[in-house]
Design a protein around this ligand. Structure first.
Ligand SMILES: *[C@@H]1O[C@H](CO)[C@@H](O)[C@H](O)[C@H]1NC(C)=O
Ligand SMILES: *[C@@H]1O[C@H](CO)[C@@H](O)[C@H](O)[C@H]1NC(C)=O
Ligand SMILES: *[C@@H]1O[C@H](CO)[C@@H](O)[C@H](O)[C@H]1NC(C)=O
Ligand SMILES: *[C@@H]1O[C@H](CO)[C@@H](O)[C@H](O)[C@H]1NC(C)=O
Length: 392
């Protein structure tokens, strides 16, 4: 079921490609064209989604410190964010109604281990167990990221976070707690999200916490740092921490090229490159999303975007790439790390001006849902204004 190369469709694709026609113009596809063990999901991350930053024993992370210092546009913070800490059951229900097969989220290290190490916060444990159980009950595969941009502030204060090799032992201990507590139900783990972006933005440009940089790399007013040295020190420790965690838990894990912002055929090319140069490792596309305008529920641009990337992923599978999953960023609107609440990637709209943080499906949620339910009529054509077809 996995290899579709024997079907006649790829040949047709190749033929069309060589005629210079766009593949998307001609070929319909559905969920069933993908391997049955391939997963389609969507994601969020803890700081961007949970809120409840000072609740039930969570200690501040580097992102709390950063946002509370007023560093975001409009001084926004993740204090409430999408209020996922209180609304996760409702959200998992929405995921289930949408037909989501997998959900990617991250654990807030400082919620689980408020001191960075040592005592486990029972309330933190309860929250993640509740979320995982809710997902499992509804047949949605949990995919967990251990480190998604935020570090407990206590570790930053104690030894400078990623700049110190001490982080390696602490990361290992934190991972050990997660594997021990959740590993019976969770088999897909990512160690560290986008390490290249993390080290670049935090230590070269000073765009994100801990906001370190030095002249001339200072679009932001860093109070300390060394842009020519620290990104490499941090990356070194990131890689060692990753290796330590992997040694601890030798099973499926990926550090992936996520958040790919290139034209759709590029995704296929990238996957082909990974296949050729790295022995065709299993790959999960963990973040692929479209920044749209807030309040727009009729998000046809996002649908066009997702359609093209999902199609490109299918092309890659037919090329023989070992790609195992595709996750939309984001499941719902969250606190975005660059823009706060000014941009919107979600399949669901969240009204951040309302205390209830009410969720409303965008058209893209219905589109994705129809695709996952194998309803045809989802194919659309956008270039040159040919009519759009949405099955609702
Ligand atoms: C700040 O918020 C206002 C009102 O929501 C919005 O119009 C404006 O674009 C925001 N500014 C920035 C820099 O995000
Ligand atoms: C940058 O930091 C310096 C020293 O802390 C301060 O005097 C200056 O006003 C800051 N500039 C900006 C643009 O924030
Ligand atoms: C950064 O560190 C290097 C190596 O220690 C040093 O040569 C350079 O002067 C430092 N730069 C700044 C801005 O401190
Ligand atoms: C959604 O937008 C498209 C074009 O952007 C338009 O043709 C369509 O009528 C809109 N549908 C609704 C329900 O607003």
């Amino acid at each position: 079921m996995r290899l579709l190369l024997s079907s006649s469709l790829p040949l047709l694709l190749l033929a069309l490609a060589s005629l210079g026609l766009t593949q998307e113009a001609a070929i319909k596809y559905s969920r069933d064209d993908f391997p049955s063990d391939f997963v389609f999901g969507a994601g969020t991350s803890a700081y961007q989604y949970e809120g409840a930053v000072a609740e039930d024993g969570r200690s501040p992370s580097t992102w709390d410190t950063f946002t509370h210092a007023g560093n975001m546009p409009n001084k926004s913070t993740g204090d409430v964010a999408s209020d996922g800490y209180h609304k996760y059951k409702e959200d998992v229900k929405l995921m289930s109604e949408l037909g989501l097969e997998a959900y990617r989220f991250s654990i807030s290290w400082s919620r689980l281990l408020p001191n960075g190490r040592g005592a486990v916060n029972p309330k933190g444990l309860e929250y993640y167990n509740g979320l995982i159980n809710e997902l499992i009950e509804r047949g949605i595969q949990p995919h967990i990221t251990l480190h998604h941009v935020e570090l407990p502030q206590v570790l930053e204060d104690e030894y400078g976070g990623w700049l110190s090799p001490k982080i390696i032992e602490d990361m290992k201990e934190y991972a050990d707690v997660c594997f021990r507590e959740f590993g019976d139900r969770v088999s897909h783990w990512t160690t560290i999200n986008e390490p290249n972006i993390l080290t670049l933005l935090s230590y070269e440009f000073g765009l994100t916490p801990p906001r370190r940089c030095s002249f001339p790399f200072r679009p932001f007013n860093c109070s300390a740092g060394n842009s020519s040295v620290e990104p490499y020190i941090a990356m070194h420790n990131v890689l060692l921490a990753h290796a330590a965690v992997v040694r601890l838990y030798r099973t499926k894990y990926q550090i992936l090229p996520t958040g790919i912002n290139i034209y759709p055929p590029g995704l296929r090319n990238l996957l082909r490159y990974l296949k050729q140069e790295y022995g065709n490792p299993p790959i999960y596309i963990y973040e692929n999303g479209y920044e749209g305008v807030k309040h727009i529920l009729n998000d046809t641009d996002r649908i066009d975007y997702l359609d093209r990337y999902i199609r490109s992923t299918l092309d890659a599978i037919r090329d023989g790439s070992n790609v195992r999953g595709y996750f939309v960023w984001s499941f719902l609107d969250v606190f975005e790390l660059a823009t706060g609440y000014e941009s919107s990637y979600g399949l669901y709209y969240v009204d951040f001006s309302n205390v209830e943080r009410k969720r409303q499906p965008k058209l893209s949620a219905r589109w994705y849902s129809n695709f996952l339910a194998n309803k045809n009529g989802i194919r659309l054509k956008q270039r040159s204004g040919i009519q759009r077809v949405y099955n609702q």
